[in-house]
Design a protein around this ligand. Structure first.
Ligand code: FAD
Ligand code: UDP
Length: 366
């Protein structure tokens, strides 16, 4: 087989590159995907009861990038969706991220915005040099809120103490000195009107794009000649674990369907201190599907299984940097996406990165 471009992985990174190559360059491209579907981790599907679920956990699109929003809008319409999360603490459900209402509910107070600012200033721990996620949380909210909301959730999610994770993890969650209880504050937020899989199918539907499913690229790559390989799988696997296995965090998703219309008060409820799971998602509250039953998903993090999260610690980044040196030497292989670049990318960041990499590849950007 002969293709000018071969892409490993049909997630958002691979599909964005394939779409650009097919449409802009009018070149043929082969995507090799080991799963039995396209979309990577944004894949959604209808379960046996006909409820649309996100097979790899809740995915909410949000971005401040107009260009990413406009790009994806070519392949989907959107339902307006402002994500809301509640977290279960001391027997109460309180809004996440932390807002004025969270503080008032947690401590049975009735403070206004400036009083909450003052309250948090008094709680905050003075940490001269903020090096870890724990430092960051303590310096913003103090020990008590840290213990109630961040410490145990983070231990469950990552299997290590927040004092070992770099600041990028907990800094994903803002602290709001107002009453804005949206989980994300980005300018553009939404759910693809007909689901992520449909959006991905629209990206991939082109005469120039061929997709080989159920195939690990190593089974076939020696029989394919290409000029450029775009690799979006795990980098350690690509290099046969030359510098050891990279750590990823995995999750077991357990789905349950209930014969009632509603399960919980919000699309996602977090459980920092109770149970082995971190959060429960109720899909109908993401997708607005009308159905007499409802399906939920509990997330049980663990070390083994599909690699979902690159590990944001100094040691893991240092190990990845050994692979990064190998990557630099490659002349016809591009490493792209959450797995290959070992970066905790959101969907919009992956699409942005792929669009930029495409422009670099064709020489339209330095
Ligand atoms: P992937 O989607 O992982 O795609 C890589 C593809 O490569 C996979 O399909 C894989 O099967 C394939 N592959 C791997 N190895 C091989 C091989 N050897 N041969 C062939 N194929 C191979 N982002 C948001 O913006 N909002 C959210 O709400 C959000 N929620 C998330 C929740 C969870 C639980 C997780 C895990 C992620 C979430 N994300 C969210 C992040 C989002 O999923 C990623 O940013 C995005 O899917 C990354 O796309 P990708 O193409 O880089 O990787
Ligand atoms: N986090 C937490 N408590 C929460 C929610 C999040 O401690 O109730 C921390 C935790 O370390 C988590 C990180 O913030 O890994 C990022 O949360 P986010 O919801 O962005 O995680 P994702 O959706 O990527 O799993």
């Amino acid at each position: 087989m002969n293709f000018k471009y071969v892409i490993v992985g049909a997630g958002l990174a691979g599909l964005t590159m394939a779409e650009r190559i097919a449409n802009v360059l009018d070149e043929k491209v082969l995507i090799i995907e080991k799963r039995n579907h396209i979309g990577g981790n944004v894949y959604d599907s209808y379960n046996d009861d006909g409820i649309l679920i996100h097979n790899y956990g809740p995915h909410i699109f949000h971005t401040n990038s107009r260009s990413v929003y406009q790009y994806l809008s070519k392949f989907t319409e959107w339902n307006d969706f402002w994500h809301r999360v509640l977290t279960y603490v001391d027997g109460n459900l309180v809004p996440m991220p932390i807002t004025v209402e969270t503080i008032n509910k947690l401590y049975n107070l009735n403070l206004d915005c400036s009083q909450v600012e003052e309250f948090l200033r008094k709680q905050a721990v003075d940490i001269p040099e903020i090096k870890t996620s724990k430092d960051l949380a303590l310096s913003k909210v103090g020990q008590d809120i840290y213990s109630k909301i961040f410490e145990n959730y983070t231990k469950k999610q990552w299997g290590i103490d927040p004092g070992e994770l770099d600041t990028s993890v907990i800094s994903r969650i803002p602290i709001r000195l107002n009453r804005d209880s949206r989980y994300f504050a980005d300018r553009y937020q939404g759910m693809p009107k007909h689901g992520y899989t449909k959006m991905c199918e629209n990206m991939a539907t082109h005469k120039n794009i061929k997709i080989m499913l159920n195939t690990d690229y190593k089974e076939v790559i020696d029989d394919i000649s290409y000029e450029k390989l775009i690799y979006t799988g795990p980098t350690d696997y690509f290099y046969n674990y030359k510098y050891g296995k990279l750590s990823y965090r995995s999750i077991e998703f357990k789905f349950e369907t209930y014969d009632r219309e509603e399960f919980q008060e919000a699309p996602v409820v977090n459980y920092p201190n109770d149970y082995d799971y971190t959060r429960i998602t109720e899909f109908k509250k993401l997708t607005w599907q009308d159905h007499r039953k409802t399906t939920i998903c509990k997330e049980f993090p663990g070390a083994e299984g599909e690699p979902y999260y690159p590990f944001p610690t100094k040691e893991c980044k240092a190990q990845f940097n050994l692979y990064a040196e190998e990557i630099k030497k490659e002349t016809n292989i591009i490493f792209l996406g959450r797995l290959a670049e070992y970066k905790y990318y959101n969907m919009d960041a992956v699409v942005k990165r792929a669009l930029d990499v495409f422009e670099l590849m064709v020489g339209r950007k330095e």
